[in-house]
Write a protein that binds this ligand. Structure first.
Ligand SMILES: [Zn+2]
Ligand SMILES: [Zn+2]
Length: 314
């Protein structure tokens, strides 16, 4: 049985939204990892000994992952070891290295051909010629084939190194979100005609915004695109006074749920066009609101083509 919705006939191109998600945050290193990272700037690889199981752990940790024991003391590790595992991405070869005298493998980059990264092969630390940012795991460039000679054993670290306490970090994810035919059509209408469309359920005849393939309530296919009004009722609202990461507006501002006239669904959008500091007194549930559009030549085919919904006082 074909479930193809007849709304889709004649629509061939799927619009794509290119998005970048940025998550800036601060990584708290802890004492041992902070000391390990700071030591890399001095070309020192630090491990720790567990006070219970006596395992030699690299990178240095405050607590043993195997038994929960504590760091008994820092060790200065040899710069050579043996490959225990290998994998690669399109750009890099990664290896697990068992540094001489260690009981735990260290993950780092292999500098060389994938074919040469054989399990059991001897490798030695490779240090960067210039460091972009100090006290990072990349302050050690990785490992390459070869052995430091003469080979040494881990020895107690007697120097003092001030640990770093945190690393500013930003996770950036680029991705493409396919609108699909229904959203594509809706955004196209927004950008070219400043018109909001929904799709009608073939069973309950509710009009759903944004338009979609199936009704969320009866699971029946939708059968028709319908224009809905750019005015409607404020169903709920929230006044945002807090600042938080990723915010695109400066508080205070208001988000509201709007049920557009002719539709059965709620659209979340900005509520504005009035004195926001008096939002609590001015706004009420059920009040009428109307879209304030950006100039047509600035419309890009997103919900942002509507600047906000403005309360209508009757
Ligand atoms: Zn342990
Ligand atoms: Zn329905």
């Amino acid at each position: 049985m074909s479930m193809k919705n007849n709304l889709l006939s004649g629509i061939e191109e799927d619009a794509v939204l290119e998005v970048q998600l940025k998550m800036p945050y601060t990584l708290t290193t802890g004492k041992a990892a902070g000391t390990f990272l700071a030591a890399l700037d001095q070309k020192i690889i630090l491990g720790t000994t567990c006070n219970k199981c006596k395992k030699v752990i690299v990178p240095a940790t405050d607590y043993c992952g195997a038994c929960g024991g504590q760091n008994e003391g820092f060790l200065e590790m040899p710069h050579s070891g043996t490959i225990t595992a290998v994998t690669r991405t399109n750009e890099k070869v990664f290896i697990f290295i068992r540094l001489d005298g260690a009981d735990i493998d260290l993950l780092h980059i292999f500098h060389g051909e994938f074919a040469d990264a054989q399990i059991g092969a001897r490798v030695k630390a490779k240090w960067p010629t210039n460091v972009d940012e100090p006290s990072r795991i990349t302050s050690l460039a990785g490992f390459e084939l070869g052995t430091d000679s003469p080979s040494v054993s881990p020895r107690p670290f007697t120097g003092t190194i001030e640990p770093i306490s945190e690393i500013p970090y930003q996770l950036t994810l680029d991705y493409k979100h396919s609108y699909g035919p229904h959203y594509g059509r809706m955004f196209d209408e927004l950008a070219t005609r400043q018109r909001i469309i929904g799709s009608r359920c073939s069973s309950c005849h509710n009009v759903l915004v944004p338009p979609r393939e199936y009704c969320d309530v009866c699971f029946a296919p939708t059968d028709l695109y319908k224009d809905v009004s750019d005015a409607g009722k404020l169903q709920a609202f929230s006044i945002i006074n807090l600042e938080f990461v990723g915010q695109t507006r400066t508080p205070p501002y208001v988000y509201g749920e709007v049920v557009l006239d002719g539709s059965a669904t709620r659209l979340i959008h900005n509520i504005g066009g009035f004195d926001i500091t008096k939002a609590k007194e001015i706004l009420s549930i059920g009040m009428k609101v109307k879209a304030v559009w950006r100039p047509l030549d600035q419309c890009k085919g997103t919900l942002d083509d509507i600047e906000y919904f403005q309360p209508i006082f009757e």
